[in-house]
Design a protein around this ligand. Structure first.
Ligand code: HEC
Length: 112
């Protein structure tokens, strides 16, 4: 029936909308602090893990590093000193405050 097809489409679009809203607000609900929120917002968690333990061997673990070291690395990437480094595209999006928050968050994660 044409009618049910149209309603099916509307239902599908609504469900997708709800999913996008959920994905957008979810980290705001479960993130414990602003640094963690940044890690989700900028997708750092995809490669470096929510707890700073990376998802694959080609990505370095961030847990257990000092905040000062992480800040210096992020600014190095942001300045694009090493052309074509995969991290450059991630770091150019960050301002100083966000770098501080992210470095603070990952430095508080325990390496185990
Ligand atoms: C697509 C995967 C990917 C994403 C997303 C990503 N990174 Fe990285 N990150 C890497 C890779 C690969 C390296 C290793 C680069 C190198 O050292 O040459 C790295 C290195 C780093 C380092 C240096 C670690 C060290 O031991 O020197 C820091 C700090 C870092 N990333 C922080 C972040 C933050 C914060 C975010 C989110 C804004 C982020 N990364 C997003 C892949 C990623």
């Amino acid at each position: 029936m044409i009618g049910s097809g149209r309603f099916g489409l509307i239902r599908g679009v609504c469900a997708q909308g709800l999913l996008l809203v959920f994905l957008g607000v979810a980290p705001n609900v479960w993130a414990e602090d602003e640094g963690e929120l940044m890690a989700w917002k900028y997708h750092c968690v995809t490669c470096h893990g929510q707890t700073g333990i990376s998802s694959a061997p080609r990505y370095p673990n961030l847990a257990g590093q000092t905040s000062a070291y992480l800040v210096s690395r992020l600014k190095y990437f942001r300045d694009e000193i090493e052309p074509r480094n995969q991290m450059n595209a991630q770091a150019v999006l960050l301002n100083d405050e966000e770098i501080d928050l992210l470095a603070d968050y990952f430095s508080r994660q325990v390496f185990k």
